[in-house]
Design a protein around this ligand. Structure first.
Ligand code: IPD
Ligand code: CA
Ligand code: CA
Length: 264
């Protein structure tokens, strides 16, 4: 069958909505919510695996030739790979904070070309495909017009696997620049927030591909700049990530010492 990115985008949006509906049902059923820890401050609920299974089954049913890489059950990479975080923001999900999402990306021959993120509690569906722009619930989105760090709002994250010193050093630099800081517990939504202009940039020392690839496609398609996450072994091992509105991209890039890809 002929390759179609458009068909993949349509199916990914439908699957994201269904995955989000399942997240929402489980989230609202607080009585049965049990969580454990995979590592320090690394939450896991039964819903993570349940949602990943739903997404994997639906995507591979629609595209049996593609491969699937998920946070919980792993998988294989190929020239056509789906990369999925079944719940990004699991700490929020587990603790009763209604701020989490499902994140679905598609990587074609080493390039992330499709990103879909669905936040069920606010019913917000973000989607983008290379060359086609980015939308939120069907309406085009774009990054902010902010040009000055001291007027900016920057979302930063830290996974417990990252060294505390590197995180505190970065925080110190960002705060001295006069930027406002946010950190709301979902890396995927933090990057989506750059795409809509709700924040001006987002940085984390290390993320995995399932956390960030969908968001990075959104930001590029919304006119922003992103770091080269897939350089080296980013798809399998993760990398640092920086995403920024174009007017302050060079400044934040040199402040943090993180190179950005040229504007598209
Ligand atoms: C985490 C969240 C968090 C970010 C971490 C991620 P999870 O993903 O996105 O905001 O700081 O790097 O690992 O565990 O909620 O899927
Ligand atoms: Ca994640
Ligand atoms: Ca997750």
């Amino acid at each position: 069958m002929e390759f179609s990115l458009q068909h993949r985008l349509m199916i990914a949006c439908a699957v994201a909505r269904d995955a989000g509906a399942l997240q929402k049902r489980r989230f609202l059923d607080r009585e049965t919510m049990i969580y454990k820890f995979k590592g320090p401050q690394d939450y896991l609920t039964a819903t993570d695996g349940e949602v990943e299974k739903l997404v994997r089954t639906r995507l591979l049913e629609a595209f049996p030739e593609d491969t699937f890489l998920g946070e919980e059950d792993g998988g294989q990479v190929s020239d056509c790979t789906w990369v999925v975080d079944p719940i990004d923001g699991t700490s929020n999900f587990a603790r009763g904070i209604p701020y989490f999402c499902v994140s679905i990306a598609f990587v074609l021959r080493g390039k992330a070309v499709l990103g879909v993120i669905y936040q069920p509690m606010s019913d917000e569906l973000y989607s983008a495909a290379t060359g086609q722009g980015a939308t939120l619930n069907g309406e085009p989105i774009k990054t902010s017009n902010t040009t000055q760090l001291d007027k900016s709002l920057i979302e930063v994250g830290r996974a417990s696997r990252q060294p505390q010193e590197a995180y505190l050093g970065m925080l110190d630099k960002v705060m001295r620049s006069g930027a406002g800081i946010r950190g709301a517990g979902s890396g995927a939504l933090a990057i989506a927030n750059v795409a809509t202009g709700r924040v001006d940039a987002c940085f984390e020392n290390h993320m995995y591909a399932w956390d960030c690839l969908a968001g990075l496609v959104l930001v590029e398609e919304a006119g922003g700049r992103v770091s080269d996450f897939l350089a080296g072994d980013g798809l399998l091992k993760g990398n640092q990530i920086l995403a920024a509105a174009p007017g302050m991209a060079d400044e934040i890039s040199s402040l943090l010492g993180v190179p950005l890809l040229p504007a598209k």
